[in-house]
Design a protein around this ligand. Structure first.
Ligand code: C2O
Length: 560
Protein backbone atom coordinates (compact mmCIF):
# COMPACT_ATOMS: atom_id res chain seq x y z
CA UNK A 1 0.00 0.00 0.00
CA UNK A 2 2.65 2.43 1.15
CA UNK A 3 4.76 1.38 -1.83
CA UNK A 4 1.90 2.14 -4.17
CA UNK A 5 1.38 5.57 -2.72
CA UNK A 6 5.03 6.39 -3.38
CA UNK A 7 5.12 4.91 -6.85
CA UNK A 8 5.86 7.34 -9.65
CA UNK A 9 4.05 8.03 -12.89
CA UNK A 10 4.29 5.78 -15.92
CA UNK A 11 5.49 7.71 -18.96
CA UNK A 12 5.06 6.50 -22.52
CA UNK A 13 7.25 7.50 -25.43
CA UNK A 14 7.28 6.58 -29.10
CA UNK A 15 10.66 6.50 -30.83
CA UNK A 16 10.05 6.16 -34.53
CA UNK A 17 13.42 5.57 -36.20
CA UNK A 18 13.22 7.30 -39.58
CA UNK A 19 15.38 9.02 -42.16
CA UNK A 20 15.40 12.77 -42.35
CA UNK A 21 17.22 15.22 -44.61
CA UNK A 22 19.31 17.58 -42.51
CA UNK A 23 21.60 20.38 -43.69
CA UNK A 24 24.72 21.41 -41.79
CA UNK A 25 27.84 23.20 -43.11
CA UNK A 26 25.97 23.52 -46.43
CA UNK A 27 25.82 19.73 -46.81
CA UNK A 28 22.42 18.11 -47.00
CA UNK A 29 22.24 14.46 -46.16
CA UNK A 30 19.80 11.86 -45.04
CA UNK A 31 20.42 10.91 -41.42
CA UNK A 32 18.89 8.37 -39.08
CA UNK A 33 16.71 10.14 -36.51
CA UNK A 34 14.15 9.57 -33.79
CA UNK A 35 10.80 11.02 -34.93
CA UNK A 36 12.58 13.11 -37.58
CA UNK A 37 14.22 15.21 -34.85
CA UNK A 38 17.91 16.09 -34.62
CA UNK A 39 19.07 16.00 -31.88
CA UNK A 40 16.47 13.54 -30.70
CA UNK A 41 13.56 14.23 -28.34
CA UNK A 42 14.03 14.93 -24.65
CA UNK A 43 12.88 12.43 -22.11
CA UNK A 44 11.80 14.23 -18.95
CA UNK A 45 10.76 12.18 -15.94
CA UNK A 46 10.89 12.16 -12.18
CA UNK A 47 12.82 9.92 -9.86
CA UNK A 48 10.62 6.88 -9.24
CA UNK A 49 8.86 7.02 -12.62
CA UNK A 50 8.45 4.06 -14.89
CA UNK A 51 9.43 4.67 -18.50
CA UNK A 52 8.09 2.77 -21.49
CA UNK A 53 9.64 3.64 -24.82
CA UNK A 54 8.43 1.87 -27.91
CA UNK A 55 11.19 1.93 -30.52
CA UNK A 56 10.03 1.19 -34.05
CA UNK A 57 12.76 0.64 -36.62
CA UNK A 58 11.84 2.08 -40.04
CA UNK A 59 15.39 2.31 -41.41
CA UNK A 60 17.72 -0.18 -43.08
CA UNK A 61 20.18 -0.31 -40.16
CA UNK A 62 19.84 -2.52 -37.12
CA UNK A 63 19.06 -0.34 -34.09
CA UNK A 64 19.37 -0.46 -30.31
CA UNK A 65 19.05 2.38 -27.79
CA UNK A 66 20.93 2.75 -24.50
CA UNK A 67 19.73 4.86 -21.56
CA UNK A 68 23.17 6.00 -20.52
CA UNK A 69 23.61 6.10 -16.74
CA UNK A 70 20.25 4.55 -15.85
CA UNK A 71 20.92 1.81 -13.32
CA UNK A 72 18.40 -0.66 -14.78
CA UNK A 73 17.99 -2.51 -11.49
CA UNK A 74 16.93 -6.09 -12.43
CA UNK A 75 15.98 -4.83 -15.91
CA UNK A 76 19.17 -5.42 -17.88
CA UNK A 77 17.00 -6.37 -20.87
CA UNK A 78 16.26 -2.65 -21.29
CA UNK A 79 19.88 -1.47 -21.13
CA UNK A 80 20.43 -1.48 -24.87
CA UNK A 81 24.02 -2.25 -25.98
CA UNK A 82 23.66 -4.38 -29.10
CA UNK A 83 24.88 -7.99 -28.75
CA UNK A 84 25.43 -7.43 -25.01
CA UNK A 85 21.97 -7.11 -23.47
CA UNK A 86 19.90 -7.56 -26.61
CA UNK A 87 19.95 -8.45 -30.25
CA UNK A 88 19.40 -5.32 -32.31
CA UNK A 89 15.93 -4.26 -33.46
CA UNK A 90 15.80 -5.21 -37.11
CA UNK A 91 14.16 -3.25 -39.91
CA UNK A 92 10.39 -3.26 -39.51
CA UNK A 93 10.58 -4.58 -35.93
CA UNK A 94 9.91 -2.84 -32.63
CA UNK A 95 10.87 -3.24 -28.99
CA UNK A 96 9.53 -1.62 -25.82
CA UNK A 97 12.23 -0.52 -23.38
CA UNK A 98 10.65 -0.76 -19.93
CA UNK A 99 12.40 0.41 -16.78
CA UNK A 100 11.93 2.31 -13.55
CA UNK A 101 14.20 5.14 -12.44
CA UNK A 102 15.25 4.25 -8.90
CA UNK A 103 17.37 6.40 -6.60
CA UNK A 104 18.65 8.72 -9.34
CA UNK A 105 17.97 12.31 -10.29
CA UNK A 106 19.85 14.66 -12.61
CA UNK A 107 21.00 14.80 -16.20
CA UNK A 108 21.66 11.72 -18.30
CA UNK A 109 21.16 11.01 -21.98
CA UNK A 110 20.08 8.29 -24.36
CA UNK A 111 21.91 7.21 -27.50
CA UNK A 112 21.99 4.44 -30.08
CA UNK A 113 24.32 1.64 -28.98
CA UNK A 114 25.29 -0.07 -32.19
CA UNK A 115 28.15 0.81 -34.51
CA UNK A 116 28.38 4.62 -34.91
CA UNK A 117 24.67 5.34 -35.18
CA UNK A 118 24.78 7.39 -32.02
CA UNK A 119 26.33 10.17 -34.12
CA UNK A 120 22.77 11.23 -34.98
CA UNK A 121 20.64 9.20 -32.55
CA UNK A 122 20.92 10.89 -29.18
CA UNK A 123 19.00 13.15 -26.83
CA UNK A 124 18.77 14.34 -23.21
CA UNK A 125 17.28 12.19 -20.47
CA UNK A 126 16.36 14.44 -17.58
CA UNK A 127 15.35 13.10 -14.20
CA UNK A 128 13.73 15.68 -11.95
CA UNK A 129 13.66 15.14 -8.19
CA UNK A 130 10.54 13.51 -6.75
CA UNK A 131 7.53 15.81 -6.38
CA UNK A 132 8.15 18.10 -3.44
CA UNK A 133 11.87 17.26 -3.28
CA UNK A 134 14.28 20.14 -3.80
CA UNK A 135 17.68 20.62 -5.34
CA UNK A 136 20.50 20.98 -2.82
CA UNK A 137 21.27 24.37 -4.44
CA UNK A 138 19.47 27.57 -5.37
CA UNK A 139 16.33 27.00 -7.39
CA UNK A 140 17.11 27.93 -10.97
CA UNK A 141 15.00 30.42 -12.89
CA UNK A 142 15.25 28.14 -15.93
CA UNK A 143 16.82 24.83 -16.90
CA UNK A 144 18.53 24.47 -20.27
CA UNK A 145 19.90 21.21 -21.69
CA UNK A 146 22.96 21.68 -23.89
CA UNK A 147 23.98 18.51 -25.66
CA UNK A 148 27.28 18.42 -27.55
CA UNK A 149 27.53 16.29 -30.65
CA UNK A 150 29.84 15.58 -33.51
CA UNK A 151 28.90 16.02 -37.17
CA UNK A 152 30.32 14.31 -40.25
CA UNK A 153 29.49 15.51 -43.74
CA UNK A 154 30.04 11.91 -44.81
CA UNK A 155 27.97 9.00 -43.54
CA UNK A 156 29.49 8.04 -40.15
CA UNK A 157 28.68 4.37 -40.82
CA UNK A 158 30.84 4.53 -43.94
CA UNK A 159 33.59 6.33 -41.99
CA UNK A 160 33.92 3.59 -39.38
CA UNK A 161 33.52 0.66 -41.74
CA UNK A 162 36.19 2.08 -44.04
CA UNK A 163 38.51 2.57 -41.04
CA UNK A 164 37.99 -0.97 -39.78
CA UNK A 165 38.76 -2.25 -43.28
CA UNK A 166 41.95 -0.29 -43.75
CA UNK A 167 43.11 -0.55 -40.15
CA UNK A 168 43.78 3.19 -40.02
CA UNK A 169 42.20 5.87 -37.90
CA UNK A 170 38.72 6.98 -39.03
CA UNK A 171 38.22 10.36 -40.69
CA UNK A 172 37.65 13.00 -38.06
CA UNK A 173 34.37 14.87 -37.80
CA UNK A 174 33.69 18.10 -39.66
CA UNK A 175 32.17 19.98 -36.73
CA UNK A 176 31.12 19.86 -33.12
CA UNK A 177 27.58 20.89 -32.34
CA UNK A 178 25.61 22.36 -29.45
CA UNK A 179 22.02 21.13 -29.53
CA UNK A 180 22.71 20.06 -33.09
CA UNK A 181 24.10 23.43 -34.24
CA UNK A 182 27.74 24.09 -35.21
CA UNK A 183 27.68 27.86 -34.84
CA UNK A 184 29.41 30.85 -36.43
CA UNK A 185 33.00 29.60 -36.45
CA UNK A 186 32.21 27.06 -39.18
CA UNK A 187 31.61 27.66 -42.86
CA UNK A 188 28.11 28.47 -43.77
CA UNK A 189 26.81 28.01 -40.22
CA UNK A 190 26.13 31.42 -38.68
CA UNK A 191 22.43 30.77 -39.08
CA UNK A 192 22.86 27.41 -37.33
CA UNK A 193 23.88 28.85 -33.97
CA UNK A 194 22.51 27.86 -30.60
CA UNK A 195 21.33 30.98 -28.76
CA UNK A 196 20.66 31.13 -25.07
CA UNK A 197 18.59 34.20 -24.24
CA UNK A 198 18.83 35.16 -20.60
CA UNK A 199 17.65 37.83 -18.22
CA UNK A 200 19.96 39.67 -15.87
CA UNK A 201 20.19 38.69 -12.19
CA UNK A 202 18.91 35.14 -12.61
CA UNK A 203 20.23 31.65 -12.05
CA UNK A 204 20.16 29.22 -14.96
CA UNK A 205 20.79 25.51 -14.63
CA UNK A 206 22.70 24.30 -17.69
CA UNK A 207 22.47 20.56 -18.20
CA UNK A 208 25.61 19.83 -20.21
CA UNK A 209 25.88 16.50 -21.99
CA UNK A 210 28.77 15.26 -24.10
CA UNK A 211 27.28 13.06 -26.81
CA UNK A 212 30.27 13.53 -29.15
CA UNK A 213 31.78 10.28 -30.39
CA UNK A 214 35.49 10.70 -30.03
CA UNK A 215 36.39 13.87 -28.20
CA UNK A 216 36.49 15.20 -24.69
CA UNK A 217 35.59 18.87 -24.61
CA UNK A 218 36.50 22.00 -22.71
CA UNK A 219 33.54 24.37 -22.37
CA UNK A 220 33.48 27.97 -21.24
CA UNK A 221 31.32 31.11 -21.48
CA UNK A 222 33.03 34.46 -21.96
CA UNK A 223 33.07 36.63 -18.81
CA UNK A 224 30.91 34.25 -16.78
CA UNK A 225 31.62 31.83 -13.98
CA UNK A 226 30.00 28.42 -13.75
CA UNK A 227 29.19 26.56 -10.54
CA UNK A 228 29.36 22.78 -10.92
CA UNK A 229 26.62 21.10 -8.87
CA UNK A 230 26.16 17.64 -10.36
CA UNK A 231 27.90 15.12 -12.60
CA UNK A 232 26.44 11.96 -14.14
CA UNK A 233 23.19 12.50 -12.21
CA UNK A 234 24.85 12.65 -8.79
CA UNK A 235 25.13 15.87 -6.78
CA UNK A 236 28.63 17.14 -6.01
CA UNK A 237 30.02 19.72 -3.61
CA UNK A 238 29.53 22.95 -5.55
CA UNK A 239 32.63 24.69 -6.89
CA UNK A 240 33.07 27.49 -9.35
CA UNK A 241 35.17 27.48 -12.46
CA UNK A 242 35.46 29.34 -15.75
CA UNK A 243 35.90 26.17 -17.78
CA UNK A 244 34.62 22.66 -17.46
CA UNK A 245 35.98 19.44 -18.96
CA UNK A 246 33.45 16.88 -20.13
CA UNK A 247 34.22 13.51 -21.70
CA UNK A 248 31.95 11.60 -24.05
CA UNK A 249 29.46 9.81 -21.82
CA UNK A 250 29.67 12.39 -19.06
CA UNK A 251 27.08 14.95 -18.01
CA UNK A 252 27.64 18.06 -15.90
CA UNK A 253 25.08 20.37 -14.36
CA UNK A 254 26.28 23.91 -13.80
CA UNK A 255 24.62 27.01 -12.41
CA UNK A 256 25.07 30.15 -14.46
CA UNK A 257 24.40 33.33 -12.56
CA UNK A 258 23.73 36.13 -14.99
CA UNK A 259 25.11 39.62 -14.52
CA UNK A 260 23.35 42.16 -12.35
CA UNK A 261 23.20 44.70 -15.17
CA UNK A 262 22.34 44.25 -18.77
CA UNK A 263 25.79 44.22 -20.32
CA UNK A 264 26.70 45.99 -23.49
CA UNK A 265 28.04 42.82 -25.01
CA UNK A 266 27.08 39.41 -26.29
CA UNK A 267 29.03 36.42 -25.03
CA UNK A 268 30.19 33.34 -26.87
CA UNK A 269 29.88 29.90 -25.28
CA UNK A 270 32.56 27.71 -26.79
CA UNK A 271 33.70 24.12 -26.69
CA UNK A 272 36.70 22.48 -28.25
CA UNK A 273 38.63 19.26 -27.58
CA UNK A 274 40.95 18.11 -24.88
CA UNK A 275 43.07 15.68 -26.85
CA UNK A 276 45.89 13.35 -25.85
CA UNK A 277 47.25 10.36 -27.76
CA UNK A 278 48.72 10.16 -31.22
CA UNK A 279 45.73 10.24 -33.54
CA UNK A 280 44.50 13.16 -35.59
CA UNK A 281 41.38 14.75 -34.22
CA UNK A 282 38.87 17.40 -35.13
CA UNK A 283 40.42 20.52 -33.60
CA UNK A 284 37.57 22.85 -34.56
CA UNK A 285 35.44 24.87 -32.14
CA UNK A 286 31.68 24.98 -31.63
CA UNK A 287 30.23 28.26 -30.45
CA UNK A 288 26.85 29.34 -29.21
CA UNK A 289 25.67 32.76 -28.11
CA UNK A 290 24.65 33.93 -24.65
CA UNK A 291 22.47 36.92 -25.24
CA UNK A 292 20.88 39.14 -22.62
CA UNK A 293 17.31 40.00 -23.47
CA UNK A 294 16.73 43.69 -23.85
CA UNK A 295 15.46 44.87 -20.48
CA UNK A 296 11.96 46.28 -20.41
CA UNK A 297 11.68 50.09 -20.12
CA UNK A 298 14.90 51.00 -21.86
CA UNK A 299 14.77 52.90 -25.09
CA UNK A 300 16.84 50.28 -26.81
CA UNK A 301 14.40 49.00 -29.40
CA UNK A 302 12.84 45.72 -28.38
CA UNK A 303 14.53 43.68 -31.03
CA UNK A 304 17.73 41.77 -31.42
CA UNK A 305 18.76 44.14 -34.21
CA UNK A 306 20.41 46.53 -31.81
CA UNK A 307 22.02 43.61 -29.97
CA UNK A 308 23.66 42.51 -33.17
CA UNK A 309 25.94 45.50 -33.03
CA UNK A 310 27.19 44.67 -29.56
CA UNK A 311 30.77 43.45 -29.22
CA UNK A 312 31.10 39.69 -29.17
CA UNK A 313 33.32 38.37 -26.37
CA UNK A 314 35.09 35.02 -26.59
CA UNK A 315 36.10 32.81 -23.67
CA UNK A 316 39.69 31.67 -23.29
CA UNK A 317 39.89 27.87 -23.43
CA UNK A 318 42.77 25.70 -22.20
CA UNK A 319 45.27 24.39 -24.74
CA UNK A 320 44.15 21.32 -26.64
CA UNK A 321 46.46 19.03 -24.63
CA UNK A 322 46.18 20.72 -21.23
CA UNK A 323 46.38 17.64 -19.00
CA UNK A 324 47.27 19.79 -16.02
CA UNK A 325 43.92 21.60 -16.32
CA UNK A 326 42.18 18.23 -16.68
CA UNK A 327 43.80 16.94 -13.50
CA UNK A 328 43.00 20.03 -11.46
CA UNK A 329 39.42 20.00 -12.66
CA UNK A 330 38.76 16.33 -11.91
CA UNK A 331 40.39 16.68 -8.48
CA UNK A 332 37.76 19.28 -7.55
CA UNK A 333 34.90 16.84 -8.07
CA UNK A 334 33.67 15.54 -4.70
CA UNK A 335 30.47 13.82 -3.68
CA UNK A 336 28.06 15.96 -1.73
CA UNK A 337 28.23 13.24 0.96
CA UNK A 338 25.44 14.80 3.02
CA UNK A 339 22.90 13.09 5.28
CA UNK A 340 20.33 13.25 2.50
CA UNK A 341 22.76 12.32 -0.27
CA UNK A 342 25.40 10.12 1.35
CA UNK A 343 28.40 8.67 -0.45
CA UNK A 344 28.06 4.95 0.18
CA UNK A 345 31.63 4.10 -0.73
CA UNK A 346 32.45 0.40 -0.31
CA UNK A 347 34.94 0.38 2.58
CA UNK A 348 36.04 -3.21 2.22
CA UNK A 349 36.83 -4.83 -1.11
CA UNK A 350 35.92 -8.43 -1.98
CA UNK A 351 37.56 -8.54 -5.38
CA UNK A 352 40.44 -6.46 -6.76
CA UNK A 353 40.90 -6.04 -10.50
CA UNK A 354 43.75 -4.40 -12.37
CA UNK A 355 42.92 -3.57 -15.98
CA UNK A 356 45.28 -2.09 -18.53
CA UNK A 357 43.44 0.03 -21.08
CA UNK A 358 44.91 1.31 -24.31
CA UNK A 359 45.66 0.76 -27.94
CA UNK A 360 47.55 -2.02 -29.67
CA UNK A 361 47.67 -3.55 -33.11
CA UNK A 362 46.35 -6.41 -35.19
CA UNK A 363 48.49 -7.84 -37.97
CA UNK A 364 47.48 -6.92 -41.50
CA UNK A 365 45.79 -9.68 -43.50
CA UNK A 366 47.83 -11.31 -46.26
CA UNK A 367 47.84 -9.43 -49.58
CA UNK A 368 46.31 -6.36 -47.97
CA UNK A 369 47.94 -3.04 -47.22
CA UNK A 370 46.95 -1.63 -43.86
CA UNK A 371 46.98 1.96 -42.70
CA UNK A 372 47.55 1.46 -38.97
CA UNK A 373 50.92 1.87 -37.20
CA UNK A 374 53.78 0.39 -39.29
CA UNK A 375 51.40 -1.20 -41.77
CA UNK A 376 49.31 -2.95 -39.10
CA UNK A 377 45.70 -2.38 -38.06
CA UNK A 378 44.71 -0.35 -35.05
CA UNK A 379 43.22 -2.33 -32.21
CA UNK A 380 42.47 -1.63 -28.55
CA UNK A 381 42.09 -3.80 -25.49
CA UNK A 382 41.54 -4.27 -21.78
CA UNK A 383 44.24 -6.52 -20.30
CA UNK A 384 45.32 -7.24 -23.85
CA UNK A 385 41.91 -8.70 -24.74
CA UNK A 386 40.26 -6.94 -27.66
CA UNK A 387 36.63 -7.80 -26.96
CA UNK A 388 34.77 -9.42 -29.83
CA UNK A 389 31.01 -8.98 -29.85
CA UNK A 390 29.15 -12.26 -30.40
CA UNK A 391 26.43 -12.61 -33.03
CA UNK A 392 23.85 -13.26 -30.36
CA UNK A 393 23.28 -11.31 -27.12
CA UNK A 394 25.41 -12.12 -24.07
CA UNK A 395 22.58 -11.54 -21.60
CA UNK A 396 20.35 -14.07 -23.35
CA UNK A 397 23.12 -16.65 -23.56
CA UNK A 398 23.72 -16.18 -19.85
CA UNK A 399 20.07 -16.22 -18.79
CA UNK A 400 19.16 -19.29 -20.85
CA UNK A 401 22.42 -21.04 -19.89
CA UNK A 402 23.58 -21.19 -23.50
CA UNK A 403 26.99 -19.62 -23.06
CA UNK A 404 28.78 -22.46 -24.86
CA UNK A 405 30.54 -21.07 -27.88
CA UNK A 406 29.32 -17.55 -27.10
CA UNK A 407 31.56 -16.41 -24.25
CA UNK A 408 33.96 -17.71 -21.64
CA UNK A 409 34.15 -16.64 -17.98
CA UNK A 410 37.92 -16.21 -17.92
CA UNK A 411 38.50 -12.51 -18.44
CA UNK A 412 41.94 -11.83 -16.89
CA UNK A 413 41.69 -10.03 -13.54
CA UNK A 414 45.16 -8.55 -14.13
CA UNK A 415 47.58 -8.48 -17.09
CA UNK A 416 48.87 -11.97 -17.91
CA UNK A 417 52.26 -10.47 -18.74
CA UNK A 418 53.01 -7.45 -16.54
CA UNK A 419 55.29 -4.82 -18.10
CA UNK A 420 56.20 -1.19 -17.62
CA UNK A 421 52.78 0.13 -18.66
CA UNK A 422 53.72 3.76 -19.08
CA UNK A 423 57.35 3.23 -20.06
CA UNK A 424 59.01 2.67 -23.41
CA UNK A 425 56.63 0.73 -25.69
CA UNK A 426 57.16 -3.04 -25.97
CA UNK A 427 58.30 -4.58 -29.27
CA UNK A 428 55.20 -6.70 -29.59
CA UNK A 429 52.05 -4.59 -29.69
CA UNK A 430 49.70 -7.31 -30.96
CA UNK A 431 46.53 -7.85 -28.91
CA UNK A 432 44.44 -11.00 -28.50
CA UNK A 433 40.81 -11.15 -29.37
CA UNK A 434 38.07 -12.94 -27.45
CA UNK A 435 34.65 -12.76 -25.82
CA UNK A 436 35.58 -13.13 -22.18
CA UNK A 437 33.64 -11.94 -19.16
CA UNK A 438 34.23 -11.58 -15.42
CA UNK A 439 31.64 -13.48 -13.37
CA UNK A 440 31.00 -12.28 -9.81
CA UNK A 441 28.39 -13.10 -7.16
CA UNK A 442 25.62 -10.68 -6.24
CA UNK A 443 26.73 -7.94 -3.81
CA UNK A 444 30.45 -8.36 -4.48
CA UNK A 445 32.32 -5.25 -3.49
CA UNK A 446 34.59 -4.49 -6.44
CA UNK A 447 37.67 -2.35 -6.91
CA UNK A 448 39.05 -1.81 -10.39
CA UNK A 449 42.28 0.01 -11.06
CA UNK A 450 42.41 1.06 -14.68
CA UNK A 451 45.88 1.70 -15.98
CA UNK A 452 46.53 3.59 -19.20
CA UNK A 453 49.26 2.12 -21.39
CA UNK A 454 51.74 3.90 -23.62
CA UNK A 455 51.97 0.93 -26.01
CA UNK A 456 51.20 3.21 -28.95
CA UNK A 457 50.90 6.47 -27.03
CA UNK A 458 49.61 7.55 -23.64
CA UNK A 459 46.03 8.73 -23.92
CA UNK A 460 43.08 9.69 -21.72
CA UNK A 461 40.30 7.09 -21.98
CA UNK A 462 36.82 7.86 -20.63
CA UNK A 463 35.71 4.47 -19.30
CA UNK A 464 31.97 3.90 -18.91
CA UNK A 465 30.35 1.18 -16.80
CA UNK A 466 26.77 0.10 -17.49
CA UNK A 467 24.36 -0.82 -14.68
CA UNK A 468 26.22 0.93 -11.85
CA UNK A 469 27.61 4.16 -10.57
CA UNK A 470 31.10 3.87 -9.14
CA UNK A 471 33.19 5.96 -6.78
CA UNK A 472 36.46 7.38 -8.08
CA UNK A 473 38.62 6.70 -5.03
CA UNK A 474 42.03 7.57 -6.48
CA UNK A 475 44.01 8.57 -9.53
CA UNK A 476 47.59 9.29 -10.43
CA UNK A 477 50.25 9.34 -13.12
CA UNK A 478 52.74 6.65 -14.07
CA UNK A 479 52.20 3.03 -13.01
CA UNK A 480 49.80 2.28 -10.17
CA UNK A 481 51.68 1.06 -7.09
CA UNK A 482 49.52 -1.36 -5.05
CA UNK A 483 51.77 -0.89 -2.03
CA UNK A 484 51.73 2.90 -1.86
CA UNK A 485 48.78 4.35 -3.76
CA UNK A 486 45.81 2.82 -1.86
CA UNK A 487 46.91 4.66 1.29
CA UNK A 488 45.86 7.90 -0.42
CA UNK A 489 42.44 6.72 -1.56
CA UNK A 490 39.53 9.02 -0.72
CA UNK A 491 36.83 6.90 0.91
CA UNK A 492 34.92 9.84 2.40
CA UNK A 493 33.64 11.98 -0.44
CA UNK A 494 34.93 10.61 -3.77
CA UNK A 495 32.89 11.61 -6.79
CA UNK A 496 30.26 9.07 -7.84
CA UNK A 497 29.68 8.69 -11.56
CA UNK A 498 29.28 6.32 -14.51
CA UNK A 499 32.11 7.52 -16.80
CA UNK A 500 35.63 8.44 -15.71
CA UNK A 501 38.68 9.55 -17.63
CA UNK A 502 41.68 7.28 -17.08
CA UNK A 503 44.43 9.92 -16.99
CA UNK A 504 46.79 10.00 -19.96
CA UNK A 505 49.84 8.03 -18.83
CA UNK A 506 48.23 7.31 -15.47
CA UNK A 507 45.64 5.27 -13.63
CA UNK A 508 42.32 5.63 -11.86
CA UNK A 509 40.82 3.46 -9.10
CA UNK A 510 37.07 2.93 -8.84
CA UNK A 511 34.85 1.00 -6.42
CA UNK A 512 31.30 -0.23 -6.76
CA UNK A 513 28.95 -2.68 -5.13
CA UNK A 514 27.73 -5.27 -7.63
CA UNK A 515 24.12 -5.09 -6.47
CA UNK A 516 22.55 -5.35 -9.91
CA UNK A 517 22.23 -8.84 -11.45
CA UNK A 518 22.80 -9.11 -15.19
CA UNK A 519 25.42 -8.60 -17.87
CA UNK A 520 27.04 -5.18 -17.85
CA UNK A 521 29.17 -3.67 -20.53
CA UNK A 522 32.23 -1.58 -19.72
CA UNK A 523 34.05 0.32 -22.45
CA UNK A 524 35.89 3.40 -23.53
CA UNK A 525 33.30 6.00 -24.52
CA UNK A 526 35.56 7.21 -27.34
CA UNK A 527 33.58 5.37 -29.97
CA UNK A 528 36.58 4.61 -32.16
CA UNK A 529 38.26 2.82 -29.24
CA UNK A 530 35.10 0.82 -28.55
CA UNK A 531 35.04 -0.16 -32.22
CA UNK A 532 38.65 -1.34 -31.90
CA UNK A 533 37.79 -3.54 -28.92
CA UNK A 534 38.41 -1.44 -25.79
CA UNK A 535 35.43 -3.09 -24.09
CA UNK A 536 34.59 -5.98 -21.78
CA UNK A 537 31.61 -7.19 -19.79
CA UNK A 538 30.72 -8.30 -16.27
CA UNK A 539 28.26 -10.98 -15.27
CA UNK A 540 26.69 -10.27 -11.88
CA UNK A 541 24.90 -13.39 -10.65
CA UNK A 542 21.48 -13.40 -9.01
CA UNK A 543 21.21 -13.03 -5.25
CA UNK A 544 19.02 -15.22 -3.06
CA UNK A 545 16.05 -12.89 -2.60
CA UNK A 546 13.44 -12.22 -5.28
CA UNK A 547 14.44 -8.57 -5.60
CA UNK A 548 18.03 -9.67 -6.18
CA UNK A 549 17.32 -11.57 -9.37
CA UNK A 550 17.32 -10.53 -12.99
CA UNK A 551 13.71 -10.45 -14.19
CA UNK A 552 12.75 -12.69 -17.13
CA UNK A 553 13.07 -11.14 -20.60
CA UNK A 554 10.10 -9.28 -22.08
CA UNK A 555 8.12 -11.14 -24.76
CA UNK A 556 9.16 -8.74 -27.51
CA UNK A 557 12.92 -8.99 -26.89
CA UNK A 558 14.49 -8.81 -30.38
CA UNK A 559 15.97 -11.92 -31.95
CA UNK A 560 19.26 -12.04 -33.79
CU1 C2O B 1 26.90 5.73 -23.43
CU2 C2O B 1 27.85 1.77 -23.52
O1 C2O B 1 27.41 3.73 -23.57
Amino acid sequence: MFELALAGTTRHYHFDITYKNVTRLCHTKSIVTVNGQFPGPRIVAREGDRILIKVINNVQNNISIHWHGIRQLQTGWADGPAYVTQCPIQTGQSYVYNYTITGQRGTLFWHAHISWLRSTLYGPLIILPKKGARYPFAKPHKEVPIIFGEWWNADPEAVISQALQSGGGPNVSDAYTMNGLPGPLYNCSAKDTFKLKVKARKIYLLRLINAALNDQLFFSIANHTLTVVEVDAVYVKPFSTNTILIAPGQTTNVLLKTKSHYPNATFLMMARPYATGLGTFDNSTVAGVLEYKTPPNTHRSNSTVSLKNLPLLKPVLPALNDTSFATKFTNKLRSLASAEFPANVPKKVDRHFFFTVGLGTNPCEKNQTCQGPNGTKFSASVNNVSFALPDTALLQSYFFRQSNGVYTADFPTSPLKPFNYTGAPPNNTIVNSGTKMVVIPYNTSVEVVMQDTSILAAENHPLHLHGFNFFVVGQGFGNFDPKIDPANFNLLDPVERNTVGVPSGGWVAIRFLADNPGVWFMHCHLEVHTSWGLRMAWVVLDGKLTNQKLLPPPFDLPKC
